[in-house]
Design a protein around this ligand. Structure first.
Ligand code: SF4
Length: 265
């Protein structure tokens, strides 16, 4: 019996003398292979996404704009203005507002303030009274006063003619610059608002995730002879025909060319 106890102690002592890790180490047990059915399915490569629609050919793009031109040779923007300055102000005020709403406010405003100097003389508080029916009117009034000041200080009271300069004005972004350059100075720019963005994507004429992508694609594909009016044709098409909720495909000029899978004709 004493012999057995000695052997037992010796075994325990030999385990104690081992380094900690080794003492804890458990014998490796080979993991049981999972049955096939329990294994996660093998990853397969996602199939390449099919192009949603056939790209437009240059002839088709030309056809679209020839139809727009035939239907409305001299399209006009709907923001009322008297000169480049009032156009600039109207565009700044139109962010997240309708053209009709802006016009209702500016009709009276521009009678008293149609230059940067007169706008400064009017002052922010009185300007707010003219435009308080327009969304975000407090911020917009602040911007209009600040941009009027900057026009006088930096540009001799004139609306500048380059995108960078217009974008440097308070409240003016790329879309504002594009509208002013196009409508006031006849530049071939493409302002992408909500209507142009929708039409570009829906028809697949100029698909893009951002307004800038749509803008650049439209500029790339539209023949130069149509660029002066292309912005207005597309806006008017989106505003009156290719409506957001219920596009009027049955009366649409380009319904045979449009790639939208849900078009109703
Ligand atoms: S066919 Fe319909 S969806 Fe296509 S552009 Fe015309 S109105 Fe818009």
């Amino acid at each position: 019996m004493a012999k057995i106890i000695r052997v037992q102690r010796a075994k325990t002592a030999s385990v104690r003398s081992l380094p900690k890790k080794a003492a804890k180490a458990k014998p490796k047990v080979k993991a049981k292979a999972k049955p096939k059915s329990a294994r996660p399915a093998k990853r397969t490569k996602a199939p390449k996404r099919k192009a949603l629609s056939k790209p437009w050919t240059p002839a088709e793009v030309r056809e679209v704009f020839e139809r727009f031109r035939k239907a409305n040779p001299e399209p006009r923007g709907e923001l009322e203005h008297l000169n480049p300055f009032t156009l600039l102000v109207a565009v700044v005020l139109s962010a997240q507002a309708t053209d009709a709403g802006v016009n209702r406010a500016t009709r009276e405003l521009f009678k008293v303030a149609d230059t940067p100097q007169k706008m400064l003389e009017l002052g922010e508080e009185r300007l707010r009274d003219y435009i308080r029916t327009i969304g975000l009117y407090r911020t917009k009034a602040r911007n209009v006063i600040a941009l009027s000041q900057k026009l006088i200080t930096d540009f001799g009271g004139e609306v500048p003619r380059t995108r960078a300069e217009i974008e440097s004005l308070p409240g003016a972004g790329r879309k504002t610059a594009n509208v002013v350059l196009n409508m006031a100075y006849g530049e071939h720019t493409m302002a992408v608002d909500t209507h142009v963005f929708r039409v570009g994507n829906r028809t697949a004429l100029a698909p893009g995730k951002t307004p800038l992508e749509v803008e650049l694609e439209l500029e790339r594909i539209i023949p130069p002879e149509f660029m002066l009016h292309a912005h207005h044709w597309l806006i008017l098409h989106g505003r009156y025909t290719c409506l957001a909720r219920r596009p009027r495909c049955e009366v649409c000029l380009i319904n045979d060319l449009c790639r939208w899978p849900e078009k109703t004709v």
